[in-house]
Design a protein around this ligand. Structure first.
Ligand SMILES: *Cc1c(COP(=O)(O)O)cnc(C)c1O
Length: 404
């Protein structure tokens, strides 16, 4: 592929104008939207209104002017992106905390099933939260197995299959429907972590018959650093499961100020404390962009962006650990290289921001909303320059930073 080819693709790209809706710094090719999504231009004004008018001027009256229902309202706007129905998604807490709430609830469904099955090398918080959830249910245990052994690990003791749909390092994707069916065949429920899927690939929870899900909003949904996460409970489970974090915002009548906890009907029971209104305002600005976006066009562009960078990697002889078939991966590409860390730092020094995942993965997120085909091609050319000149050998690129 040449720069002329990529320019032609950009001219025909129905998403090209969306880039203007993001406040990206000049000279930067941002390949880390899978970790922290870029800043939508609208967000600063939305936050200014939330702070100055809603908080400053309307003060506590704002709770009745759109604040109190924000978690459900924004949840309903995320729902179509993940194939959920209205009332099945709520925004609350972090992905980690939502994992905890749903795992404990899932362990309590069945009187004797006691095992959480998950994948070795799953995103760390998924396994670490599972470890903590075990302490809340007598006899519970965690069985983390290699990817290839997941379905054979399911048995009569499995309470819940906990999986991240798109692997954060390799980008490998599980088929939602197949793994959900496998869990159900074993009599277990499935809890999907959609952090690297939401806004990156087509997801249809209802079509897959999924039970429970969580996911990040600060990655492909551009909600801002630490934006609150979402939680999904299929309608058929909502009356049967309750949150172990029985806080007043999940109570059926928080402002009756009762001593005893009675969970709210529907998805609201998964709230614990007061919603973070300023963070929700920023998130809503990110979600707003998705209203006007044709999602299949985003998924298709993601596949083309992948091909551009994969071709650059091939020509450099790099080992691509991401599956090549579009249906088998998410929206990032990862190369394995013994010097991935300094290569990543050398890229950043040239304005190409990707990231490094221990011990040897160079990971680059492909976000069709604000990356042009030419951007991705140029990133490949800069990678070529760094590898062929060995510019990464400069000792300053080997200094480890706290956050990679
Ligand atoms: C990013 C990510 C998270 C992050 O969880 P937080 O609670 O927001 O820190 C969780 N799971 C997966 C799979 C992720 O990729």
């Amino acid at each position: 592929m040449t720069s002329d080819d990529t320019r032609a693709l950009d001219e025909a790209d129905p998403l090209a104008s969306l880039k203007q809706r993001f406040a990206l710094p000049p000279g930067v090719i941002y390949l880390d939207g899978n970790s922290l999504g870029a800043l939508p231009r609208a967000t600063a004004d939305v936050l200014d209104d939330a702070v100055t008018r809603q908080w400053g001027n309307r003060l506590i009256r704002s709770w009745n002017e759109g604040w109190i229902e924000a978690p459900q309202r924004i949840g309903d706007r995320i729902a179509p992106i993940i194939g959920a129905a209205p009332g099945e998604v709520i925004v609350a807490d972090s992905t980690s905390v939502n994992l905890f709430k749903l795992l404990v609830a899932a362990l309590r469904i069945h009187p004797t099933r006691r095992t959480i099955v998950s994948e070795q090398g799953n995103f760390p918080t998924d396994l670490q939260i599972a470890e903590g959830a075990l302490g809340c249910v007598a006899g519970a245990r965690l069985k983390a197995v290699p990817r290839a052994n997941l379905t054979t690990a399911l048995d009569g003791d499995t309470a819940v299959l906990l999986l991240t749909q798109v692997q954060y390092k390799t980008g490998a994707r599980f088929d939602l429907k197949t793994l959900t069916a496998a869990a159900h065949a074993a009599g277990a429920v499935v809890l999907w972590d959609l952090s690297h899927s939401t806004g990156a690939i087509p997801v249809d929870l209802n079509e897959a018959g999924a039970d429970l899900a969580v996911g990040c909003t600060y990655k492909y949904l551009n909600g801002g650093p630490g934006a609150p996460a979402f939680l999904y409970v299929a309608a058929r489970w909502q009356a049967r499961l309750a949150s172990p974090l029985s806080g007043w915002m999940g109570h059926t009548a928080p402002f009756a100020f009762a001593d005893a906890y009675t969970p709210a009907p529907g998805i609201t029971r998964w709230l614990a404390g007061t919603p973070p209104i300023l963070a929700l305002a920023a998130l809503e600005a990110g979600i707003d962009l998705w209203r006007e976006i044709d999602r299949p066009t985003v998924w298709a562009k993601s596949a083309v962006l992948f091909e551009i960078l994969a071709a650059a990697g091939d020509s450099l002889g790099l080992e691509c650990v991401t599956p090549r078939a579009a249906m088998e991966r998410g929206s990032h590409i990862s190369f394995r290289h013994p010097n991935a860390y300094p290569i990543c730092q050398a890229l950043i020094a040239r304005g190409v921001i990707g990231d490094f995942r221990d011990p040897d993965i160079l990971r680059m997120g492909l976000t069709p909303l604000y990356l042009s085909h030419e951007d991705v091609w140029r990133a490949g050319e800069i990678l070529r320059e760094i590898i062929t000149t060995e510019a990464w050998r400069d000792p300053r690129f080997s200094q480890r930073l706290a956050v990679t």
